[in-house]
Design a protein. Structure first.
Length: 129
């Protein structure tokens, strides 16, 4: 019985350590409340504002953080910003349209993501919404 529990524990530990790329870290309070998820190196935050308003807040946040706006691309799906941090890591921010009055803000820093920098950018965007 003890051996069986040890094997099960080892199997679960192995699964957890190999699935870190698929791990969701979510924070929410009740049904209908917003969430913030960090998945596959990307921070995903819903916003109850239009894509245009989220884009204005994103541009203001980049200016406040002294991050250059390298490019801005508008498409049917939303608005994509590309910037560079002081270490020349690429920062991609995508304001993805959900409805006319809501969107998702997706932030990726570097190839594999930087959760702390992503959250700093998101918090600064929130300050401008």
């Amino acid at each position: 019985m003890v051996v069986r529990k040890i094997i099960l524990l080892l199997a679960l530990t192995g699964m957890i350590t190999t699935m870190n790329g698929c791990l969701w870290v979510a924070a929410g309070a009740g049904a209908g409340a917003g969430y913030v998820a960090y998945r596959n190196g990307q921070l995903v935050t819903p916003a109850d504002v239009s894509v245009e308003r989220a884009a204005d807040a994103t541009a203001a946040a980049l200016r406040e953080l002294n991050l250059p706006e390298v490019s801005r691309n508008v498409s049917m799906e939303g608005i994509t910003f590309v910037s560079r941090d002081p270490d020349d890591k690429k920062i991609t921010i995508f304001c993805e349209k959900r409805t006319d009055a809501s969107c998702n803000i997706l932030i990726r820093v570097g190839n594999f993501g930087d959760q702390d920098t992503s959250r700093l950018i998101q918090n600064t965007i929130d300050d401008h919404l």
